[in-house]
Design a protein around this ligand. Sequence first.
Ligand SMILES: Nc1ncnc2c1ncn2[C@@H]1O[C@H](COP(=O)(O)OP(=O)(O)OP(=O)(O)O)[C@@H](O)[C@H]1O
Ligand code: SF4
Ligand SMILES: [Mg+2]
Length: 324
Amino acid sequence: MIALSDVSVGFDGARALRDVTLSVARGERLGIVGESGSGKSMLGLAMMGMVPDAARIAGEIVLDGTAMSGAPERVWRRARARKVAMIFQEPMAALNPLQRLGETVMEPLLVHQGLGRSAARARTLELFDEVGIPDPEARLRQYPHEISGGQRQRVLIALSLTCDPALLIADEPTTALDAHVALRIIELLVRLADKRRMALVFISHDLAAVARATERIAVMYGGEIVEGGPTPAVLAAPRHPYTRGLLGARPGIGGQTPGRDADGRRKRLPTIPGSVPPLSLLPAGCRFAGRCAVELSHCAAVRPEPYRLPDGRFAACHLLGAGT
Ligand SMILES: Nc1ncnc2c1ncn2[C@@H]1O[C@H](COP(=O)(O)OP(=O)(O)OP(=O)(O)O)[C@@H](O)[C@H]1O
Ligand code: SF4
Ligand SMILES: [Mg+2]
C-alpha cells in the first residue's frame, strides 16, 4: 500500500528522519514505537505528504503504486481525499469545539466526496454506526465537549473513514484514554483494518497497545528504524539494545510479558538512562551511542547497517554484525 525508501526529513542542521525504509501491505497492521521525539509523528506526516514547510524531504515514497516523491501539494491533497487518512495526535485540535459532530464529519463528505447534504448525513450515520457510536442520530447534534474521550476518538475514526482510506495512520489514538476504553478502540481499529482490508499504521509509545493492535513493528530512535519484524517475535526477544531498554522500561504489556520474570513477578525496572538528545547532538554513527549500556568503541562514529536475522527481522546494531 505504501513503501518508503531512504526517506529523510531535515530541518536546519538536524534530521528528524534519517533514511527510513519500510512498507505496509494492504490490510497489514504496522506498529511504530519509540520514545518521545524519536520521529514517530514525523514519519506519519511524511506518509501523508504533510511534513512542515520548513522541512526538506528526501527519498522515495510510493503510495498505492504511485511515486509521490516531489509530488505537488495538489497530488497529495487528492491522495488524502481518496486513499490515506491520519488520526492526529491531538484529538481536541482535530475537532472544532464550536461545530456539531455531525457537521464535522459531513464536511469532507460534502467537500471532497461530492455528496449532497442528505447523502452526507446518511453516510455520517453509517460511519458512526460502523465505529460503534450508540444513538448516532443524537450524536450528530452534539458538540465535542459533550461526549467522552473514547466517543471523541470514535468520531475522529469516523472522520478518517470519510475518504474510505486504504491506509490509515493512527498517531497515539489510545494515549489519552483509560486502559479499558483504549482496549475497545484498539479492537475497533483492528476490526476496521480487517473488514476493509485497510492498511493500519499504529503509532504509540504504549507497547501493550502495539502488541495488541499490530502484526509487525518498527522501533524508532533518533529518526531511524533501529529494529523491525513480526510484533510477537520482536517483543518476546528484542535484539537491539534500544528495544531491550524500551521493553525493560515498560513492564507487563498485554499478552506478552517482557519486563516480568517467568513466574510473572515484575522485574526491577531497567529504565534507559538519559533521554533522547536534541537532534543536532545525536551521534553520526549509531544514534543510540552515548546511552547504550553495551556500546563499542566505534559505535558513535560508525553507522551500523540493518543486520538481517533469519526470521525476517532486522536490527541496526554493530553487536549483531559481530555475531552477538
Ligand atoms: N517544525 C519542526 N522544526 C524542527 N524540528 C521539528 C519540527 N517538528 C518536529 N521536529 C523534531 O522532530 C523530531 C521528531 O518529532 P516527532 O514529533 O516526530 O516525535 P514523536 O516520536 O512523535 O514524539 P512524541 O512521542 O512526543 O509524539 C523531534 O526531535 C522534534 O523536535
Ligand atoms: S551500535 Fe553500538 S551503541 Fe548502537 S545499539 Fe549497538 S552496541 Fe549500542
Ligand atoms: Mg508524536
